[in-house]
Design a binder for this molecule. Structure first.
Ligand code: URA
Length: 423
């Protein structure tokens, strides 16, 4: 095969054959085609797209570049959830033990945060002793015994995606629906789950700000999963306001434990968690009401067992930031808008997130949202609490929050968190 011909073919809008796609993927992983040639092909895909047949083969080729986990020996049905990422999105910490408490096995291979959206592993890392790296046999044993695991994907899973993603990141080719869909779904299919619920976030704090594009991504991933024998449903959910009240690693762990203990009634967080749980249980063929497992303490018990199994101490004190500053309301009225992206950027600037993959994150940094849209506030009342290890970061975070909050005379119309279910 000739890589230049292949690039020109895609550039000119021709459909690539299965053999051509397999060849490119193998050659790229083996290092026999150059980064610049694959970058050109990615740019051609960015503009020309991939047909359903091409995308299906592209995804198969990424999966074939590494190992595939075999979860078929487990005694419970397996079902996972993937979120495209948002601000304050601590749903996995509550959802995985909740769905496990209802009888499914939840293998959540998760990632770390980049930019203004947080990563599930960074949040759990705030628990003293907790370990994200598990061997395949540890993961399987934990799934059988407890029913849920949240850990890092091993290096053997879809290695072609790791290489492609790094190249996309530096060549302006991340934001392509087929490339995103192939990247996400190859990892989920290789993980070996039978069913998958996708939480595709849309709004200012999400990867996708446009609802039509988010819908197209969701439908593409659902089709792709089905082509590969996976039962998949996608939920489009709103991400204009941070989910729940906390944004930041230890802060989000604390809020998740509050929800699991029935001590926190954040409407949006509980609504999306229960909606995703119902979809997951439906796909797994389990008839159970997740609201009951959340109320009766069984989800909390699974969460604690999961943390202990991964070396963590669920009773250990979480890190507290030495510097806390309050942002107050500049007038009385009703909060109409609390911008998710601005809060995410502020939390990131306070130290909760990273700019580069290799950066460390602070466990204690973040933002507490003391008032949310619909809440009435009085002038001077605290709206946001900024937490950081480093005093000098406060100015920078405050700057991100300049236009983050609108307070008006009218209460905003209540907005649903779940916008659409695509199945
Ligand atoms: N997350 C992924 O895993 N891949 C993408 O391409 C985008 C987000």
């Amino acid at each position: 095969m000739d890589m230049v011909n292949l690039i020109c073919a895609k550039r000119d809008g021709r459909e690539l054959s299965d053999d051509e796609i397999d060849w490119v993927m193998n050659a790229y992983v083996a290092g026999t085609v150059a980064d610049e040639q694959v970058a050109s092909l990615l740019m051609a895909v960015f503009w020309r797209g991939l047909s359903d047949a091409e995308l299906s083969r592209w995804t198969t080729a990424i999966i074939a570049s590494g190992e595939q986990l075999d979860l078929s020996g487990l005694s419970r049905p397996t079902v996972d959830k993937h979120s495209t990422g948002g601000v304050g999105d601590k749903v996995s910490l509550i959802l995985a033990p909740l769905v496990a408490a209802c009888g499914a096995a939840v293998p959540q291979l998760s990632g770390r945060g980049l930019g203004h959206t947080g990563g599930t592993l960074d949040k759990l890392d705030a628990i003293p002793g907790w370990r994200s790296e598990l061997s395949n046999s540890e993961m399987l044993a934990q799934l059988e015994e407890i029913g849920c695991v949240i850990c890092a994907a091993g290096a053997g899973l879809a290695p072609a995606d790791r290489k492609l993603y790094a190249l996309r990141d530096v060549t302006g080719t991340v934001d392509s629906i087929p490339l995103i869909a192939g990247s996400i779904m190859s990892k989920k299919i290789a993980e070996g789950t039978e069913s998958l619920v996708l939480d595709v976030k849309v709004g200012s704090g999400a990867f996708m700000t446009d609802r039509d594009r988010a819908g197209e991504l969701a439908r593409t991933m659902v089709r792709l999963g089905r082509d590969h024998g996976l039962k998949v449903t996608a939920v489009l959910s709103a991400m204009d306001t941070p989910l729940g009240r906390s944004v930041g690693n230890a802060l989000e762990v604390a809020e998740s434990v509050e929800v699991l203990s029935g001590r926190n009634d954040s409407r949006d967080l509980i609504e999306i968690t229960l909606a995703l749980a119902r979809e997951m249980l439906g796909l797994a063929g389990i008839e159970a009401d997740p609201a009951v497992a959340l109320r009766d303490g069984s989800a909390l018990e699974r969460y604690r067992a999961m943390v202990v199994a991964q070396g963590g101490d669920p009773d250990a004190a979480l890190a507290h930031a030495p510097h806390i500053e309050v942002v107050t309301a500049d007038r009385s009225g009703t909060v109409g808008r609390l911008d998710a992206r601005a809060v995410g950027v502020a939390a990131w600037r306070l130290g909760a997130g990273r700019a580069r993959k290799e950066d460390a994150v602070s466990a204690s940094a973040g933002v507490e949202c003391l008032a949310k849209p619909g809440d009435e506030v009085a002038e001077g009342q605290p709206l946001l609490e900024l937490h950081t290890d480093r005093f000098e970061r406060l100015d920078w975070a405050r700057e991100a929050l300049k236009d983050a909050v609108d307070i008006g005379d009218e209460a905003p119309a209540p907005t649903p968190v779940v916008l659409e279910v695509i199945s």
